[in-house]
Design a protein around this ligand. Structure first.
Ligand code: DAT
Ligand code: MG
Length: 153
């Protein structure tokens, strides 16, 4: 299908601790996106540094790397048409205090340092982040029977 994309999502440690994994993943699943990989893990410092390399040196960098490794996260890869932009719009603005109600951050968050979820922001980032967290072999290819009701062939 044209425009089929994959994107990396992380339910961050605050989402796990607050018992919001099902709510957050469920919203993305109900949107129609297909889960093709999913794993709970504590993100180690070296992986966090690679993931957030673009933010090295910024004032919030240390707090960010510490927060993402402060407990288990749930990492997943979602697939669908325009999955990268669709996921970002479902997630909402970076600062939950500015995010629109109805978005994940706008419904469950208040401050930028506890914004619950990461989602890749571009095709280049998505390719890099999916590879970083799952490599190439860990994605599961399968047919989903409901797809004829979600997607136009
Ligand atoms: P996003 O997570 O929406 O892609 P980003 O890539 O600009 O946002 O930043 C990565 C994370 O860094 C973000 O989820 C929270 C944190 N962050 C960004 N800007 C920040 C700021 N001005 N103050 C504190 N933390 C910030
Ligand atoms: Mg980002």
């Amino acid at each position: 299908m044209a425009g089929l994309e994959r994107t990396l999502v992380i339910v961050k440690p605050d989402g796990v601790q607050r018992g919001l994994v099902g709510e957050i993943v469920g919203r993305l699943e109900r949107r129609g996106l297909k889960i093709v990989a999913m794993q709970m893990r504590v993100i180690q410092r070296s992986l966090a540094e690679q993931h957030y390399a673009e933010h090295t040196g910024k004032a919030f960098y240390e707090a960010l790397v510490s927060y993402i490794g402060s407990g288990p996260s749930v990492t997943l890869v979602l697939e669908g048409p325009a999955a990268i932009a669709v996921t970002r719009s479902t997630v909402g603005k970076t600062n939950p205090g500015e995010a629109t109600p109805g978005t994940i951050r706008g419904d469950f968050g208040l401050v930028v340092g506890r914004n619950l979820i990461h989602a890749s922001d571009s095709p280049d980032s998505a390719a890099r982040e999916v590879e970083l967290f799952f490599g190439t072999g860990a994605l599961v290819e399968y047919e989903r029977d409901i797809d004829r009701w979600v997607l136009e062939s």
